[in-house]
Ligand binder design. Structure first.
Ligand SMILES: Nc1ncnc2c1ncn2[C@@H]1O[C@H](COP(=O)(O)OP(=O)(O)O)[C@@H](O)[C@H]1O
Ligand SMILES: [Mg+2]
Length: 259
């Protein structure tokens, strides 16, 4: 059993003054962000290039912070012991944008999901669970034998979500999960994510440039601009009474956003 007794009240995952550079480019400049324990639905919104994906990758421990740190349940990632690290790896699951990073083009959907199941700590009957996961994400069982290129964009995104769920996560970190999809399919995926959060008590951090998407899934918004979080609050407040000029422009740019 992993011992977290000392840090039970700490945020599930948090960034503290996180700064990330790529050469001379400061992609993220002193970001503080906390995902509280319990069911949290937090959006990180901002235009392309504002640093959203870099924050998400830092939260996963995939890019090192130059200054500041990321903590999982109050413990800096670099200080996690092996049991805590295994817990972190399973509990915090990325859902990357559809593309080669998200699914191996040479693996059938079934194999992709089975692989994720094997990485889970307590091993169940992988084959049964693959079917169960396919059902959970609304995919017909016969689609399991297809390769990514034989699936539609929406079906691929469902496989990506099933893979993430295989680890029995507490928190999903979603990077533009619907941006590659047309509006109708986007809506179906958002409904699926909302239902999965409700049913499984999942928390989410949703990275998106689309405020309407953020509003549908999240209750809290953090607005990123030039590597900084410039405004945070309940999402309906950010949408109706944005404080920063940048946020006002972002809100105004969303067509027919019903508030
Ligand atoms: N691997 C990389 N190498 C160099 N620069 C990068 C890399 N990834 C991102 N950047 C730069 O960092 C900044 C933030 O990028 P990113 O986090 O992808 O923003 P967003 O997800 O909001 O579009 C941009 O200026 C981008 O060009
Ligand atoms: Mg991005």
């Amino acid at each position: 059993m992993t011992d977290w007794a000392a840090t039970d009240n700490a945020p599930l995952l948090s960034a503290h003054g996180a700064t990330i550079r790529y050469g001379n480019v400061v992609a993220v400049a002193g970001v503080d962000l906390a995902i509280p324990p319990g069911q949290a639905r937090i959006a990180l919104v901002g235009e392309s290039g504002s640093g959203k994906t870099t924050v998400l990758r830092a939260l996963l421990g995939l890019v090192p912070t130059g200054a500041g740190e990321i903590r999982y349940r109050g413990t800096p990632l670099r200080a996690l012991n092996s049991a805590q690290r295994a817990d972190f790896r399973a509990a915090v699951q990325p859902v990357f944008q559809d593309g080669n990073e998200a699914l191996d083009p040479r693996m059938r959907a079934r194999a992709s999901i089975a692989e994720a199941l094997r990485m889970r700590r307590d091993d169940g009957d992988a084959r049964t669970t693959v079917s169960g996961l396919l059902e959970d994400v609304g995919l017909e069982p016969d689609l399991a034998d297809r390769y990514p290129h034989e699936l539609s964009g929406g079906q691929r995104q469902r496989v990506i979500i099933a893979r993430a769920l295989a680890a029995q996560p507490t928190l999903l970190l979603l990077d533009e999960p619907t941006s590659a999809l047309d509006v109708i399919v986007q809506q179906h995926i958002l409904e699926l994510l909302g239902r999965l959060c409700d049913e499984r008590g999942l928390s989410i951090l949703l990275v998106t440039h689309n405020l309407a998407v953020a509003r549908q899934l999240c209750d809290t918004a953090n607005v990123m601009h030039h590597g900084k979080i410039i405004e945070s609050g309940p999402i309906h407040e950010v949408l109706t009474t944005p404080r920063e000029e940048y946020t006002k422009r972002l809100v105004a740019a969303v067509p027919k956003l019903r508030r």
